[in-house]
Design a protein around this ligand. Structure first.
Ligand SMILES: NC(=O)c1ccc[n+]([C@@H]2O[C@H](COP(=O)([O-])OP(=O)(O)OC[C@H]3O[C@@H](n4cnc5c(N)ncnc54)[C@H](OP(=O)(O)O)[C@@H]3O)[C@@H](O)[C@H]2O)c1
Length: 255
């Protein structure tokens, strides 16, 4: 049985060693949820677990399918059935045509997309059989349309948005909830490297609150802040000629 203040007893978060994932882990643990926190950095996860005894560290690399299957089996046998999985691990490499780098493009797809696929492979059979559970896929408003510098990132996030949409048709009828989370700019270690303006940037704490609130309401798409979401949804509606004119005029340097 879930406790009274929120709908989950056990939440698994990938990418929990820093940024938004870490803040979500701390908030949910404060509310009495048992949070299994995953990432590659064992030390950071141990640090996190030392902040709250409701946090259980479970190091795993999301790009390793066998390790992900083992991690989920271990969580379910030692902690209990996962009520909510927030598949949040991600990497961002600002990249365009001039510095195109196959390793970075492939790594982005491996972590941002295949990492989620690996988690779903491990989670869905049990959830479907038991007609229960909630999976939340962290994508980005960057997945709505291909914008400059996002050669590695945007395709991986667009794929996540379509993965959620495609799965929802089936999962809806199987008693399993699916959500897709599309943040705009959030101030985390990921965005520290950015040298361009980041309009409407919010704190990681704020992002964690918005995601948890949206998941509690059972929302399918959780996109924020509204200004960035609206701007990116309008860009999504642009015909190709207008998109390329807009980026050429307002977003690209002249060389
Ligand atoms: N910050 C933003 O503006 C923004 C906007 C839209 C969407 N997002 C998305 O939000 C999510 C969280 O990002 P953040 O901003 O909180 O970034 P962050 O602070 O850099 O956190 C990324 C997390 O992913 C983990 N990770 C990376 N590669 C991994 C791997 N192979 N296996 C397991 N874990 C891995 C990292 O831990 P280890 O390095 O320890 O493995 C870390 O915990 C990402 O999916 C990101 O794309 C962020």
């Amino acid at each position: 049985m879930a406790n009274q203040s929120q709908p989950w007893n056990i939440v698994w978060i990938t990418g929990a060693s820093s940024g938004i994932g870490r803040d979500m882990a701390l908030k949910l643990a404060d509310e009495g949820v048992t949070v299994v926190a995953s990432a590659r950095s064992q030390n950071a996860l141990n640090d996190l677990a030392s902040c709250n005894s409701n946090i259980v560290p479970q190091p795993v690399d999301v790009t390793d399918l066998a390790a992900m299957r083992l991690a989920v089996a271990h969580i379910e046998s030692t902690v209990g059935p996962i009520d909510l999985a927030i598949l949040n691990a991600g990497v961002w490499h600002p990249l365009g045509a001039r510095d195109f780098d196959a390793d970075k493009v492939v790594q982005s797809m491996d972590v941002n997309y295949n990492g989620i696929v690996h988690a779903l492979d491990a989670l869905l059979p049990n959830m479907i059989e038991q007609k229960r559970g909630h999976v939340a896929l962290v994508s980005s408003v960057a997945g709505y349309r291909g914008l400059p510098k996002a050669v590695a990132y945007a395709p991986s996030k667009a794929a996540v948005i379509l993965l959620a949409e495609t799965l929802r048709h089936d999962l809806d009828r199987m008693g399993v909830k699916i959500s897709v989370i599309n943040p705009g700019f959030v101030d985390t270690p990921m965005t520290k490297i950015n040298e361009f303006p980041m309009p409407f940037i919010i704190t990681s704490d704020d992002a964690a609150n918005r995601i948890i609130a949206g998941l509690k309401k059972g929302k399918y798409e959780i996109a924020f802040p509204w200004q960035t979401n609206l701007m990116m949804k309008l860009i999504r509606l642009m015909p190709n000629w207008l998109l390329f004119w807009t980026t050429r005029t307002f977003m690209m340097s002249k060389h």
